[in-house]
Design a protein. Structure first.
Length: 281
């Protein structure tokens, strides 16, 4: 599998499997095992998905060496205060049946306490519990600048929503300046019909004798993105991985660039997120 070299010189696979909505233990185990056996090595999870124990069972029974896997988990704002971040990581490791995470991400900067949580992530690196640390949904230059100003260990990844309708060029420019890798969630726009039935993308897919999802994922590759796809369909899992036969032309890339309309397919207003987390605390 192709990889990118992060700013700490660790190699990260460019394609990964997401595990959102895979809370049913049997289905989760089947999807994760099938994905690993068909070539995926990057897996993205978080405690709030309630499936890390199921993923841990698969990891513990794999014939694949642990060093070949790249396991990512996230830290939600529920764990930003005091030493909860470290405890979250320790619990995650126990559930996943592994000694370390390859990558741990802070979920958002809009909740107070993320600076303390970042310091806790740095301690996790020092303790050998985590190899790399990064962030999720740091969507402004201000938040990225503040992060880099306080960080003793530089973030390696910013995981954000990104697809042809939401190309995040302003954030990509900032990430390039700071040598931070963009990792796309919802790389296929959550499979929204407006994106998958777009006439430009359908014409490009027809010209290449392939599907729109494969065109979009190849666009991510040629843009230099890491991306996470989620599917429980075996055919889709395989198709999403095997893209070596494709090469988008400069004209294809230009046409896709013109599709950017800053359209998000998942967005919870900040005040709702802050209220949600304040009620839990």
């Amino acid at each position: 599998m192709d990889t990118v070299r992060l700013n700490n010189q660790i190699e990260m696979p460019i394609q990964g499997i997401g595990t959102k909505d895979l809370s049913d233990p049997d289905i989760c185990e089947q999807v994760v095992l099938f994905s690993f056996m068909n070539g995926y090595r990057l897996i993205d999870t978080t405690p709030s998905y309630h499936n890390q124990a199921s993923i841990g069972i698969v990891i513990s029974e794999l014939s694949i060496d642990r060093s070949e896997l790249f396991i990512t988990s996230r830290i939600s704002p529920f764990y930003y205060k005091k030493n909860r971040t470290l405890r979250c990581i320790e619990k995650t490791l126990k559930n996943l049946r592994t000694d370390y995470l390859d990558l741990a991400l802070l979920e958002t900067p809009i909740i107070k306490g993320w600076q303390n949580a970042w310091q806790q992530l740095e301690k996790a690196v020092e303790k050998g519990l985590v190899k790399s640390i990064g962030v999720c949904n740091f969507m402004t230059e201000k938040s990225l600048d503040e992060l880099c100003s306080i960080a003793n260990i530089k973030p390696v990844v910013d995981q954000i929503q990104c697809h042809p309708f939401l190309q995040q060029r302003h954030i990509q420019k900032k990430l390039n300046e700071k040598n931070i890798q963009l990792e796309a969630w919802y790389p296929l726009g959550h499979g929204h019909s407006l994106l998958l039935n777009n006439s430009v993308l359908m014409d490009i897919a027809t010209a290449h004798h392939t599907t729109v999802p494969q065109i979009i994922l190849k666009w991510h590759q040629q843009m230099g993105h890491v991306y996470i796809t989620k599917s429980s369909n075996p055919d889709h899992i395989q198709r999403n991985l095997h893209l070596d036969h494709l090469c988008l032309t400069p004209d294809d890339m230009k046409q896709i660039e013109a599709l950017d309309v800053s359209r998000s397919f998942y967005q919870i207003p900040e005040f709702v997120q802050k209220l949600e987390y304040s009620l839990v605390h």
